[in-house]
Write a protein that binds this ligand. Structure first.
Ligand code: NAD
Length: 313
């Protein structure tokens, strides 16, 4: 295990900033190289500046550090991606093609590719199962569905060990989200703890699949550590934590902060949210590599508020 040399691309983001610490805890501080467009002012050791659209620099970094595993987190997310669709496609796909090719040429042993519930579209009503039809409504979702298929292609064609999760919206106290449709579910806790009014950009009964960061980390590492013969899905595994609406998360927060106030002001993100499933059936992940989430909505709310109070007080 200690001999792994891991490169995390897009390490300064919501997931990366937590994942790098998590992986360093497992594999050792100097075994995990973080990389992103700009240096992270808080964590400069074992860091490389990398624009992953630049395959040559990626190749040099992989060689310099004898990388054996790549976690490719860099992407433009669902809501932000709609502002410039062709640029989003270009960045999301070009970075992944570079990762696939550099990994193939350098014999990188494993790749993690984060997919998303955004691969599902309007033809999935309610609950999405593993093999539900994919007709994504956003350019982000289209790029993730394509990325999944390329993962499967490189597995079949070159035998590369690429593993992927369709993350639901991720909720964390350590880091802020980077332009997704589920961002409200992080922001709401910050406003509640700061004693501010919250304007929600989704309608009160819009239910979406979500997951707490701690569960997302557990799922990611569980998948990556599973024996290869257990991996039966080489596109992207469905992954579920919990599903809730803005009204339900608000009610959960009210149990701890009774004077918290909310207004609903839906914007363009409402249409994106309505194109996504409300529930995710993750039976394959449970059967293949023993996935079980540990957090309910109320348990997550307690921990989010406790941790954010430490941050703001
Ligand atoms: P984020 O936006 O917070 O972070 C992405 C990081 O990638 C940023 O630090 C950004 O600077 C970097 N980046 C962008 N373009 C780059 C490039 N060309 N080269 C190198 N780095 C670049 O995103 P996140 O929430 O941490 O998500 C990480 C991954 O997980 C993404 O692929 C995202 O699609 C996926 N995902 C996230 C969620 C979620 O709720 N956060 C849900 C589903 C899937």
């Amino acid at each position: 295990m200690k001999s792994e040399r891991i490169l995390v691309i897009g390490a300064n983001g919501q997931i990366g900033s937590v994942l790098v610490e998590y992986l360093r805890g497992m594999y050792g501080e100097n075994q995990v190289i973080a990389s992103d467009l700009k240096v992270n002012s808080e964590r400069q050791d074992y860091f490389e500046v990398l624009d992953a659209t630049d395959g040559k620099t990626l190749d040099k970094i992989v060689k310099r550090h004898s990388i054996t595993q790549i976690y490719h987190l860099a992407a433009i997310l669902s809501a932000k991606g709609e502002q410039d669709p062709l640029n989003t496609w270009q960045i999301n796909m070009q970075t992944y093609f570079n990762v696939l090719e550099v990994a193939r040429e350098n014999g990188v042993k494993k790749i993690f590719y984060p997919s998303s519930i955004a691969v599902f579209g309007a033809h999935v009503h309610g609950s999405a199962d593993q093999f539900s039809y994919l007709d994504p409504s956003t350019v982000y979702g289209i790029s993730k569905a394509a990325g999944e298929n390329w993962s499967n292609y490189y597995f079949n064609r070159y035998g590369m060990d690429i593993r992927s999760l369709r993350y639901p919206g991720i909720i964390s106290y350590q880091s802020m989200p980077g332009g997704g449709t589920t961002d409200y579910a992080v922001d709401i806790y910050h406003k509640a703890v700061k004693g501010e009014h919250f304007d929600c950009f989704l309608e009160e009964n819009t239910t979406l699949p979500m997951i707490y960061m701690s569960d997302a980390m557990d799922a990611t590492v569980r998948l990556m550590e599973a024996p290869a013969e257990k991996i039966t899905v080489r596109t992207g595994y469905n992954l579920a934590g919990m599903s809730f609406s803005p009204k339900e998360i608000y009610d959960s927060i009210l149990k701890i902060i009774p004077d918290f106030e909310i207004s609903y002001k839906p914007d363009y993100r409402q249409a994106i949210a309505e194109s996504w499933p409300q529930q995710i059936d993750d039976s394959e992940a449970r059967t293949d590599w023993g996935w079980r989430p540990a957090y309910s909505l109320d348990k997550m709310t307690e921990e989010m508020i406790t941790e954010l109070r430490k941050k703001y007080e």
